[in-house]
Write a protein that binds this ligand. Sequence first.
Ligand code: PBG
Length: 331
Amino acid sequence: MQSPAPYPAARMRRLRRTRALREMVQENGLSVGDLIWPVFIRDGEGIEEPIASLPGVSRLSLDRLLPAAEHAHALGIPAICLFPYTAQELRTEDCAEAWNPDNLTNRAIRMLKAELPELMVMTDIALDPYNANGHDGFVVDGQIVNDDTVDALVKMGLAQAEAGADILGPSDMMDGRIGALRAAMEDAGHRDVAILSYAAKFASGFYGPFRDAVGAGARLVGDKATYQINPANREEALACVARDLAEGADMVMVKPGMPYLDICRAVKDRFQRPTFAYQVSGEYAMLMAAAQNGWLDGDKVMLESLMAFKRAGCDGVLTYFAPRVAEALRK
Ligand code: PBG
């Protein structure tokens, strides 16, 4: 890097003087094409059920999902990611609803691909919305078992691909699931189904509102520390990303986002592959709560927090703000 001339030859404020000058030298940009919108779905009709810990976010029945997705598509949002709120009676220890071809998620995928084929549909692969125990894997004698869970995740992913999903999002953090999913997709002829691996997913406290939203929080016994990454570990996170890319992930994700921007930058620099961050429920809730109290300017911190991901090297961001960002970027 060429260091600036000594003052007064260099005055950094010269290029900050007007809006036009600032725009000319802006290094990073945020655009609607960077956004993936996570949406919570539920059974029923005509339902938009607000989630108290996620102000402005509701669980939508499928008839309400369609207009919401149409709106997102019209705004230019390229992808939406589905998270099901499963009926209580369908949450079992064997998690069989997860790979039911007609479960809520798979019905939503079929509907969206029929009505809005250009909108990319991403899914979540993990057992927590279907598990009596609220964990992402099967629980046997108090342990979360790896290999049997991977077999179940593969069945789940195949059912989603069969329904028409464009992007699979394994969020479970079991070992070996990317390779197993990739091989199963090839075998079944789903060669073009992409995998966006939740590769660097930390055992975070910032997922609280999400667990309310999918109804897994109250059921969860213990925590997810035996499968999600210790927040203190950076090298381990990079090893997980390397492993998932080697097993056939097309894109990788860092999650949560804002407290882990150092990981985003390291992943982009080291691997130079499509890199995403998930601005998770707790991050959204913090910004919304402060804005609702009048302590922060909501639009300003929303855009600033998302620009930070671009500056940290991310190609895109999963964010509950997606439609609001898209509207703000239009102005
Ligand atoms: C579940 C899953 C979680 C999130 C996405 N998929 C929660 C968890 O791991 O407990 C969190 C998303 C958010 O907080 O917004 N496999």
